[in-house]
Design a protein around this ligand. Structure first.
Ligand SMILES: Nc1ncnc2c1ncn2[C@@H]1O[C@H](COP(=O)(O)OP(=O)(O)OP(=O)(O)O)[C@@H](O)[C@H]1O
Length: 236
């Protein structure tokens, strides 16, 4: 892993970073330093650049200027062949769960383990049971995704994100398809598993009720710039 080096206490370091979609600069001069183990929101209006920022952090969009480091990987020097190694350090959770619909929960998780280099059958089975237990879904492992509610599918998606002991979970509107009560359950779960696993979380959301229920720090995308604020400032 040639471009990996330890970076002290931060899981994310962006300095003067430029984030571009096609030829359009979405965010410029981004300076962002997120400590290991920290939970923070990513907020901003539709089109402000939240998803684009997340995509740069998980190596889906190339960094177009400045410096960037995620989990010790230098984003400016990231090669295609480094991306699987970066992704192994991350857990990614999406709004639409993105479970494979043609196989049961256990096989969904097995697929990820096999794709990330695991081979020992017993160890894989143990890890699957462990992560499913940590999200309260161990008894549902033989169910197909369509047999689960949205909240349950998102629990499984969080379990899947935890498989490789990530140092960082990137979540793009993970409660966007859920009712308010289920959203609160998922949020509580995400916060708890992050704390238990000493894992940082960056979670994009539009849901101000949830931010009010679970205050904290937020990264705001606005007018092509990024700033960090306390969520209490949003309700003054
Ligand atoms: N694949 C793409 N090709 C070209 N432009 C894109 C692409 N994806 C996003 N954009 C543009 O980049 C800008 C930022 O979009 P992005 O999806 O990052 O915003 P967002 O804050 O996540 O919005 P939302 O809250 O609606 O998800 C928008 O102007 C959008 O039109």
């Amino acid at each position: 892993m040639p471009h990996r080096h330890e970076s002290g206490e931060n899981i994310i370091n962006l300095d003067n970073a430029k984030i571009v979609q096609k030829n359009f600069t979405v965010l410029n001069n981004v300076n962002l330093h997120i400590q290991k183990g920290k939970f923070c929101y990513l907020i901003g209006k539709t089109g402000a650049g939240k998803s684009s920022l997340l995509k740069v952090l998980y190596g889906h969009l190339p960094l177009q200027g400045g410096k960037g480091e995620v989990a010790g990987f230098d984003l400016a020097k990231l090669r295609q062949s480094d991306i699987p190694n970066l992704r192994r350090k991350l857990g990614i959770v999406f709004q639409d769960f993105q479970l494979l619909t043609d196989r049961n929960i256990e096989k969904n998780l097995l697929f990820v383990l096999q794709a990330t280099g695991w081979s020992d059958k017993i160890r894989m089975e143990d890890r699957i049971n462990e992560v499913l237990a940590s999200v309260g879904m161990k008894t549902k492992k033989h169910k197909m995704p369509h047999q689960l509610s949205g909240g349950e599918q998102q629990r499984v998606a969080i379990a899947r994100a935890l498989l490789n002991h990530p140092e960082l979970i990137l979540a793009d509107e993970p409660t966007g398809n859920l009712d308010p009560e289920t959203s609160n359950d998922i949020m509580t779960l995400l916060k708890n598993v992050a704390t238990e696993n000493n894992c940082a979380v960056v979670m994009a959301t539009h849901d101000y009720h949830m931010i009010q229920n679970f205050p904290g720090e937020a990264i705001r995308c606005e007018n092509g710039q990024v700033s960090v604020l306390d969520t209490a400032e949003l309700f003054e």
